[in-house]
Design a protein around this ligand. Structure first.
Ligand code: AMP
Ligand code: MN
Ligand code: MN
Ligand code: MN
Length: 277
């Protein structure tokens, strides 16, 4: 079965609407899809309706920004109840923090020679959450950088002139929030954090102790060595295994919906918990 449990829409930093995303997933032969926008669940209803139409299984998801020590990590919630009042309320607060951060990023970028970045990013976001990805697109459009990756390197990455520190959710409340909304908490893309192995183990240990149940083992574009390293961690911490492309943009030729390496056979897939499995 072709499954993809991590993808973004226009409600955060993806470029396809939920409907377009589901249509593309269908074209790619995906049979079960989760929409996991950054700190927002407003796209879930549209995606669920489209999935019903296309005859694919839909899993309600979210990708929550977490401050862990001095770092930011991402925790995906899968199979959450979008009607959870607690979840909605907390996400609304995170959206506020996001918007305040975006305004401050705008001021910093202005000083760094990119004018009106906040207004432009907001326009690009079209009512969805404003993310650094939007700022990267604004910086490229302004001619200050050639690629989004460069915009991160030069302005938006931690410590650079357009970076603004924010207090996101804590790991503890995030796991509780997702679990409380009937979902499964999943550590997103562990290979992407610039952490030592020791630090990554500490994150997983703490996550597990808080009641976290799963981690992503396979992501879009991951090589076999990284998948093997993730699988070893899933075994060590007795975590369910998830798979997700983290699809944002059809122009990224390395990442496609549902194009994912198979999970090592001995791992228990996170979707064994879901009703379609
Ligand atoms: P935010 O949550 O607003 O801080 O934005 C984080 C998002 O920026 C991630 O989900 C990625 O989509 C994107 N991102 C982070 N780092 C990079 C990078 N180095 N190159 C391209 N995109 C990045
Ligand atoms: Mn993103
Ligand atoms: Mn992420
Ligand atoms: Mn993501």
């Amino acid at each position: 079965m072709k499954i993809d449990l991590h993808a973004h829409s226009t409600h955060s930093d993806g470029v396809l609407t939920p409907q377009q995303l589901v249509a593309r997933a269908r074209e790619q032969g995906v049979e079960a899809l989760a929409l996991t926008d950054h700190d927002i669940i407003s796209g879930l209803a549209e995606a669920a309706a489209a999935a019903l139409q296309h005859g694919i299984h839909f899993i309600s998801g979210v990708e929550i920004s977490v401050t862990w020590g001095r770092r930011v990590v991402h925790i995906v919630g899968l199979d959450i109840d979008p009607n959870s009042v607690e979840l909605q309320a907390r996400l609304q607060k995170l959206q506020q923090a996001r918007d305040e951060r975006a305004q401050r990023i705008g001021v910093k970028l202005h000083k760094a020679g990119v004018p009106d970045a906040y207004a432009h990013a907001q326009t690009l976001a079209g009512g969805g959450n404003v993310t650094r990805t939007h700022f990267a697109r604004v910086i490229v459009a302004s001619g200050s950088c050639d690629t989004e990756a460069q915009a991160f390197e030069k302005y938006l990455a931690q410590g650079k002139s357009g970076y603004v520190q924010t207090q996101w959710a804590t790991l503890e409340e995030t796991v509780a929030l997702i679990t409380g909304a009937g979902g499964v908490a999943v550590v997103a893309h562990p290979a992407r954090y610039k952490m030592t192995r020791t630090m990554l183990r500490e994150l997983l240990r703490e996550f597990r102790a808080l009641g976290g149940m799963a981690m992503e083992v396979v992501n879009g574009g991951l090589n076999a060595d990284s998948i093997a390293a993730n699988a070893a961690l899933a075994r060590q911490f007795d975590l369910l295994a998830s798979v997700g492309s983290d699809f944002h943009h059809p122009k990224n030729r390395w990442i496609e919906l549902g194009r994912l390496a198979p999970l090592p056979q001995d791992l228990l897939p996170v979707w064994s918990k879901f009703s379609f499995a």
